[in-house]
Design a protein around this ligand. Structure first.
Ligand SMILES: [Zn+2]
Length: 275
């Protein structure tokens, strides 16, 4: 009964568009309300994923953001294939799906009147993985901040290194670290914002190097996964292990800031540097 299946699919689709299920408290939130609340659950404050451009709209003063380095995109240097197909096909599909050409959007603009350079990672693009194009954009944006004496902010959302690029991906860790470390020579502030999730090679490089490391509430932040660590050390880990709150308790994260307050928090911190 083809007509029945079709109707059901249509019905399910519209249902899906109307409601968002919170991944933490599992309550159903009206999609419009979810969006108005910046993809944050009004019941439990779970901070859901947000795209780079949505984040940029949220943080920058109207019509001040200018995107940079849009010509940098992934390169399939290893001609990598796995059982599901080629890396090239995969990133080309991701470019089409997300409308961005890498797992990070870079640019500059004004935040409550303060000029800043920013790199905003986007988890929708290959899990926000750190490939050579991603690393290059983060480095170029750091260089732009250095050349123009502007503060640099990186907002991370990443599963870690991009495995399809092998060692080339791992090299981005050193490259990006060198880029943000150079800002110290000119006393240019570098703020790292860690969002859910910031793991693997990203957490082990530039994401933890901020003069100030800020996180959104409840973000998963860590290098190896919980199961891997538990199996390695043969011990059970605390429930809140690898959360932003646990990292703040242990001195790795300086502040936890709600998404709606992030713009004011960042511009406030930067205003101290500008004095
Ligand atoms: Zn919730």
């Amino acid at each position: 009964m083809a007509w029945y299946t079709e109707t059901t699919t249509k019905k399910n689709k519209s249902k899906k568009e109307l409601w968002v299920k919170c991944k933490k408290c599992h309550s159903h939130i009206y999609a419009k309300e979810w969006k108005e609340n910046l993809n944050v659950c009004p019941n439990c404050n779970y901070h859901g994923a947000i795209s780079s451009y949505e984040r940029i709209n949220l943080l920058f003063d109207e019509n001040t953001f200018e995107e940079l380095f849009t010509n940098i995109s992934p390169k399939d240097s290893l001609k990598f294939n796995d059982l599901k197909g080629s890396y090239k096909d995969k990133y080309e599909a991701n470019i089409k799906k997300t409308g961005i050409n890498e797992a990070v959007v870079t640019g500059h603009g004004k935040m409550n009147g303060i000029p800043v350079v920013i790199a905003v990672m986007d988890f929708r693009f290959l899990g926000g993985s750190l490939g050579s194009g991603t690393g290059e954009k983060i480095l170029q944006a750091a260089n732009y901040a250095y050349d123009h004496n502007l503060p640099y902010i990186v907002i991370s959302a990443s599963g870690g290194a991009r495995m399809q690029e092998g060692a080339l991906s791992l090299m981005q860790m050193a490259k990006t670290c060198a880029g943000v470390a150079r800002l110290n020579r000119k006393n240019i502030p570098y703020i790292s914002v860690l969002t859910n999730p910031t793991t693997g090679g990203v957490s082990a490089s530039y994401a933890m190097m901020g003069d100030i490391n800020v996180s959104e509430p409840g973000a998963l932040i860590g290098f190896a996964g919980r199961r891997v660590i538990e199996q390695t050390i043969g011990e059970k880990l605390p429930d809140n292990f690898q959360t932003a709150e646990y990292l703040r308790e242990h001195g790795f994260v300086d502040s936890i800031v709600n998404r709606k307050d992030l713009k004011d928090y960042l511009s406030n911190v930067l205003s101290y540097y500008n004095r």
